[in-house]
Write a protein that binds this ligand. Structure first.
Ligand SMILES: [Zn+2]
Length: 472
């Protein structure tokens, strides 16, 4: 069964942090118990092997886990078993229906004027081609804006090449502008009559590696195949186009949709004491793309939030509020788990006091943002004070939060957002190189220290974080 994916895509795995940052008000005073336990958590996090063991386990014992595949189901079973072994309570799997797309094989080549095979990947969700492939002249554009300014006569029957390059930025802010061509390129090109779309890969590596990631179609626009070519291959294609000769391109792909499958959000808890019905939610996603073992995206997040919650659970005295770890299904290909969670838990959403997510790799945290009721900023100031020794700067009260907690945020649930260093994240994001060797244990553990600090304080303070106006 072919099914149109929801319009909202998991395009953003990154912080969107404010440039003009309001200074924080004076902090509330935290209890001595809380301060002492935060110090203990931070010290223990830096030596704790569990986050790394989780990343190693998920990447080694499960491997790639794209929604709908056997790997995805193995990931759910693995996470259930691991949370139970680690002593989490109320471990459960909440069923989620997910799409199932299969990459198949891909050939991409310049046929003329100077024939060359290219390194390419199909974008997630792309249809395949007829058996013989498609061969068509290339029209190159700089970006989506330039494409939309084209006349149909200049695009019809052609393969559109979108050449826009992604910027390397510490906060990952190069991703948002670069990813639009991946998610919308096929629709915008097909509107003008194109028969295929080729994008310069959404990634910062100059290695000969292409990055996948979700793309989408639109019901009223013809579906055309969509692929990405590596940065060096994009340079090559650009030079051939610049030669002034007509460039012809061939794509042959067996990508296809299979019937939807069932997956699950995997949940485990560190139960609270006095306010055990109130939830501090820690999120990561269990699925990954199919090209690699998803070490940074998002086994790292699974390791960070699981280890942070476990460290809090190891304290002599349980937290006041319940810490809930949610390992979401299918973030990458339509946010299925995030949508299902708010449906499944609709009657307790008002008891979700705060949510935070780890889905930006394992780089060291250098910024901290929030999105809480303004009158609760003194609580955030107290958190920032406890984070400052870890080298973390305040980044404002306009946090994005993350893709999986987006539906919660949109319903008014406050969010916290540690900003990881994403300088090198987009070298491995969604490509064959997202493997365990790229994870630095000390950086990973600094993340655990930060998430444990924030979750613990959130679970212990008397006040909550207010409520925000729902954004849809
Ligand atoms: Zn991710």
């Amino acid at each position: 069964m072919k099914k149109l994916l929801p319009l909202l895509f998991s395009a953003l795995c990154l912080p969107a942090l404010a440039n003009d940052v309001e200074p924080l008000p004076p902090p509330v005073e935290l209890d001595k118990l809380v301060r002492d336990n935060v110090a203990a958590l931070q010290e223990r996090a830096m030596k704790d092997p569990r986050a790394y063991e989780i990343v190693a386990g998920l990447t080694t014992e499960v491997g790639p886990r794209l929604a709908g595949t056997a790997g995805d189901r193995a990931g759910v079973a693995w996470a259930m078993a691991r949370l139970r072994e680690l002593g989490f309570k109320n471990v459960r799997a909440e069923s989620v229906e997910v799409p199932h797309w299969e990459r198949g094989t891909l050939e991409a080549e310049i046929v003329a004027p100077f024939p060359q095979q290219l390194v390419a990947v199909s974008l997630g969700g792309s249809i395949g081609t007829p058996e013989e492939g498609i061969t068509a002249p290339v029209v190159m554009v700089e970006n989506l804006e330039a494409l939309s300014a084209m006349k149909p006569a200049d695009v019809r029957g052609r393969i559109v090449f979108i050449n826009e390059r992604m910027r390397r930025e510490r906060d990952g802010s190069g991703y948002g502008p670069a990813v639009a061509k991946r998610s919308r390129g096929a629709v915008e090109a097909a509107r003008l009559g194109a028969v295929g779309v080729v994008i310069r890969t959404v990634g910062t590596s100059n290695n000969r590696i292409a990055h996948t990631g979700g793309m989408r179609y639109q019901d009223d626009v013809r579906r055309i195949p969509a692929i990405a070519i590596s940065n060096p291959d994009a340079d090559l294609l650009e030079r051939q186009v610049a030669s002034g000769r007509d460039v012809s391109f061939r794509i042959r792909s067996t990508a296809r949709y299979l019937p939807n499958e069932m997956s699950a959000n995997v949940i485990g808890e560190i139960p609270g004491r006095g306010k055990k019905d109130e939830i501090v939610l820690l999120a990561a996603h269990l699925d990954s793309w199919d090209l690699a073992t998803g070490a940074h995206d998002d086994a790292a997040g699974v390791g960070i939030v699981t280890a942070a919650a476990r460290l809090i659970g190891d304290l002599r005295r349980a937290p006041e509020r319940t810490i809930r770890v949610v390992l979401y299904a299918n973030e990458e290909f339509g946010l299925s788990g995030a949508r299902q969670y708010v449906k499944e838990n609709a009657d307790t959403l008002d008891r979700h006091v705060i949510a935070m997510e780890a889905d930006f790799g394992a780089g060291r945290v250098w910024q901290f943002a929030s999105r809480v009721a303004p009158e609760r900023l003194p609580l955030i100031a107290a958190m920032q004070e406890m984070l400052a020794p870890l080298g973390i700067e305040w980044a404002g009260n306009a946090a994005y939060g993350g893709a999986d907690i987006g539906p919660l945020r949109d319903l008014g649930v406050p969010v916290l957002q540690p900003g990881q260093d994403g300088t090198y994240y987009f070298d491995v994001h969604h490509n064959v190189n997202d493997t365990l060797d790229k994870i630095d244990r000390d950086d990973l553990n600094q993340n655990v220290a930060v998430y444990a600090t924030l979750a613990y304080i959130a679970a212990m303070v008397d006040e909550d974080f207010g409520r925000l106006p729902a954004s849809r």
